[in-house]
Design a protein around this ligand. Structure first.
Ligand SMILES: *[C@@H]1O[C@H](CO)[C@@H](O)[C@H](O)[C@H]1NC(C)=O
Ligand SMILES: *[C@@H]1O[C@H](CO)[C@@H](O)[C@H](O)[C@H]1NC(C)=O
Ligand SMILES: *[C@@H]1O[C@H](CO)[C@@H](O)[C@H](O)[C@H]1NC(C)=O
Length: 239
C-alpha cells in the first residue's frame, strides 16, 4: 500500500513535471501556445466592410484569406483581421464577394479612351426571401463620365445596369456617396453592369462598391436611391 502510494506520488510528480516544464522553461513558448489556442477557439469575426488608413474600402478577412482574395491594407476586427482590398482593376470582371470594389482602368488615375467595361455580379438565386439576397447596392466612391448633352441625353458615355427596370442609363458626374439599388428577387444571376465610353476627349474615373443586401435589410422595391428618394426612367444626377 505504501509502495503504491509512493509510485502514485512519483507518477503525479513526473506528469506534473512534464506538464509544467515547458511553461517554466520558456515563457515565450507558453504565450504563443496560449495565443494560438485563443485564436482558433475564441476569435471569430464576420467578413464586414472595413476602411484602410487612406479610407479605401475593403473586406475584413484573416491574413491567409486575404492573401488568396486580395491585398492587405491594415488591420480590422480589433487587430485580428486584415482589412483586405478586394478589387477589380482594369476593365470589367466578375464580382462574387460582398463589398467588392470595381475601379476604372488606370485607377486612381483617370482614363481617356473608348472602352466597354462589363462587370458580372453573381449571387445566390436561392434561398428566396426572407433568407436570401433581395437587392444589390452600388455605392460610388467616384463617378465621373462625360456629361449628358444639352438635351439631357447620354450621347457619349453610359453606365447601364442591365437588369434594372428603374433606369435606362447614367452618365456625367455623380454626387459624393451616391448609391443605387437594383432588385434581384425573381431575376437570374449574374446581373451585369457596363460602363461604355467613346472617343470624346475626357478624363474619366469610377469606383463602385458592390454589396449584397439581405432581404431583411432591403429598401422598398422600385427605389434606386432610397435616402435621396429619386427614381425614374432617366436620372440626371449631374451638378
Ligand atoms: C522560446 O520559444 C520560442 C518560440 O516558442 C523560441 O523562439 C525561443 O527561442 C525559445 N527560447 C528559449 C530560451 O528556448
Ligand atoms: C470614409 O468613407 C466613407 C464612405 O465610403 C465615409 O462614410 C466616411 O466618412 C469616410 N471617412 C473618412 C475619415 O473620411
Ligand atoms: C454586405 O455588406 C453590407 C455592409 O456593407 C452588409 O450590410 C450586408 O449585410 C452584407 N451582405 C451580406 C449578404 O452579408
Amino acid at each position: 500500500m505504501e509502495d503504491i502510494l509512493a509510485k502514485l506520488i512519483f507518477l503525479l510528480a513526473t506528469s506534473q513535471f512534464v506538464l509544467c516544464d515547458p511553461y517554466y522553461e520558456n515563457s515565450t513558448g507558453l504565450q504563443s501556445s496560449r495565443d494560438s489556442k485563443f485564436i482558433f477557439t475564441v476569435i471569430q469575426f464576420s467578413n464586414d466592410i472595413c476602411f484602410s488608413p487612406k479610407n479605401e474600402s475593403g473586406i475584413c478577412y484573416s491574413t491567409s484569406e486575404c492573401s488568396e482574395k486580395g491585398e492587405p491594407m491594415g488591420k480590422c476586427a480589433g487587430g485580428f483581421g486584415e482589412c483586405c482590398r478586394v478589387a477589380l482593376t482594369g476593365c470589367g470582371g466578375d464580382v462574387r464577394l460582398n463589398n467588392t470594389m470595381a475601379y476604372s482602368p488606370n485607377w486612381p488615375g483617370t482614363y481617356n479612351e473608348a472602352m466597354t467595361c462589363t462587370y458580372k455580379v453573381y449571387f445566390a438565386e436561392k434561398p428566396e426571401p426572407p433568407a436570401g439576397i433581395c437587392q444589390l447596392r452600388f455605392d460610388y466612391t467616384a463617378m465621373d463620365l462625360v456629361a449628358p448633352s444639352n438635351k439631357g441625353v447620354c450621347e457619349n458615355d453610359r453606365l447601364i445596369f442591365e437588369n434594372d427596370e428603374k433606369s435606362t442609363y447614367f452618365c456625367g458626374k455623380a454626387p459624393d456617396n451616391y448609391h443605387w439599388y437594383v432588385e434581384t428577387v425573381g431575376t437570374n444571376s449574374p446581373h451585369t453592369f457596363t460602363i461604355t465610353t467613346d472617343s470624346t476627349n475626357y478624363e474619366r474615373k469610377y469606383g463602385i462598391r458592390v454589396s449584397y443586401i439581405p432581404c431583411e435589410q432591403g429598401v422598398p422595391t422600385k427605389c434606386g436611391n432610397y435616402y435621396m428618394g429619386t427614381s425614374g426612367e432617366f436620372i440626371s444626377y449631374n451638378y
